[in-house]
Design a protein around this ligand. Structure first.
Ligand code: NAD
Ligand code: WQD
Length: 335
């Protein structure tokens, strides 16, 4: 059996793809998830892809007892902490819920890790901590962070600061991954993104619009000062993102400070470019309408991904067309 890695939130979108990649690299993932935003069937799908049985604990990362049980009955080498709430809009309506789960969850996890003398952490942060960069649209890990635009963004910023402080005690060795915009699905079509309710994110809304589940896709603003007037983001295939976690786990950090990596392709794409890529990759037509700007949207941001390429020897392999083809393949499998 390989090294045991605890994945909190491991049945979610990014966690499930990471579980697959870890198994394929010889690790033995253990999943803790309370199913707040995922379905139990995901576990069987991961097992189907990998042909391996996975230990699963249904429970909450804020629950010290279940964490203690997991750590005392397994020799855990490291933790990847995905479990969090991630809806920007909901966080504005219910900030306390976000502080409770995202800040409280990490606090509890770090406490039990410390008590159990497990010191390796990989943390899911977000490009949201950069806000709208003021000098160019590409951001590197040293670009100054902006005041968070939502309570969700604030929790990620607070989480990064908490990790930084705990590293200073010498009891934690942490890698912080700042994800850009993860999209797409596993090429098998067996796991992917399945948001509950009306999707707020571009690609799941787009695929559901094409499938006829939703009305037309609204492009949120086409008069931004960008080449085609629509917003620019760094879309990254979820399998490429998942692979970055494998590298992060074996990365030797300097003691006392967390290592931060941007995880993006380094390439910005506009909303209209995403739509064209989808139509090209699938042969389908996207029903769409132009709409007004979405409040709080960043106009343009993408990763400077040099550091992760150099230090983790990580390179994304999938193109935007692949991301769209796989997202559609997954959507078609959803009944
Ligand atoms: P997701 O909602 O699909 O996965 C999160 C998982 O955590 C879900 O399975 C959910 O059931 C579980 N969970 C939530 N609260 C929990 C709790 N209290 N105890 C145990 N499990 C709990 O989201 P995702 O897209 O896979 O995101 C994973 C992580 O990456 C999150 O921390 C998110 O903030 C971060 N992130 C996501 C994106 C994105 O666009 N998807 C971008 C940047 C960062
Ligand atoms: C992408 C682009 C929209 C929907 C969010 C979070 C961020 C991170 C990733 C977690 C934007 C446009 C969207 C639609 C549209 N998550 N759009 N019509 O806003 O970059 O980032 O997810 O950490 O924190 O804020 O992602 O997918 O919502 O939007 O035109 O129906 O698509 O304006 O330009 P975003 P998104």
């Amino acid at each position: 059996m390989g090294k045991k890695i605890l994945l909190t939130g491991g049945l979610g979108y990014i966690g499930s793809h990471t579980a697959v990649e870890l198994i394929q690299e010889g690790y033995d993932p253990i999943i803790l998830d309370n199913l707040a935003n995922s379905r139990p069937e995901v576990l069987q799908q991961i097992e189907r892809i990998t042909q391996q049985k996975i230990s699963f604990f249904q429970g909450d990362v804020r629950d010290a007892k279940i964490l203690q049980t997991i750590f005392s009955t397994n020799s855990i080498e490291g933790v990847i902490h995905f479990a969090a709430l991630k809806s920007v809009g909901e966080s504005v309506q219910q900030p306390l819920k976000y502080f409770d789960v995202n800040v409280g969850g990490l606090t509890q996890l770090l406490q039990v890790m410390q008590d159990s003398q497990v010191d390796k952490l990989v943390f899911s942060s977000s490009c949201t901590v950069y806000g709208q960069p003021t000098e160019g649209w590409a951001v590197s890990e040293t670009t100054p962070l902006q005041e968070p635009m939502s309570p969700y963004g604030r929790t990620k910023r607070m989480n990064e600061d908490m990790i930084r402080d705990v590293c200073q005690t010498g009891h934690l060795s942490a890698v912080i991954l700042r994800y850009f915009n993860p999209v797409g699905a596993h090429p098998s079509g067996l796991i992917g993104e399945l948001p509950i309710g009306v999707p707020a994110n571009l690609v799941p809304f787009l695929t559901q619009a094409v499938a006829g589940i939703r009305g037309p896709l609204t492009v949120f603003g086409n008069d931004y000062p960008t080449p085609d007037g629509t917003c620019i983001r760094d879309y990254i295939h979820v399998v490429d993102l998942a692979k970055a976690h494998v590298g992060a786990l074996s990365f030797q950090t300097q003691r006392l400070i967390p290592e931060v990596f941007n995880v993006g392709t380094g390439k910005g794409s506009s909303v209209l470019e995403v739509i064209s890529a989808f139509e090209r990759a699938t042969g389908m037509v996207v029903p769409l309408q132009m709409g007004s700007k979405r409040p709080g949207d960043v106009m343009a941001v993408f990763a400077n991904a040099q550091k992760i390429q150099e230090k983790l020897k990580w390179e994304p392999v999938y193109s935007l067309d692949d991301m769209m083809a796989h997202a559609w393949n997954w959507q078609k499998n959803q009944g």
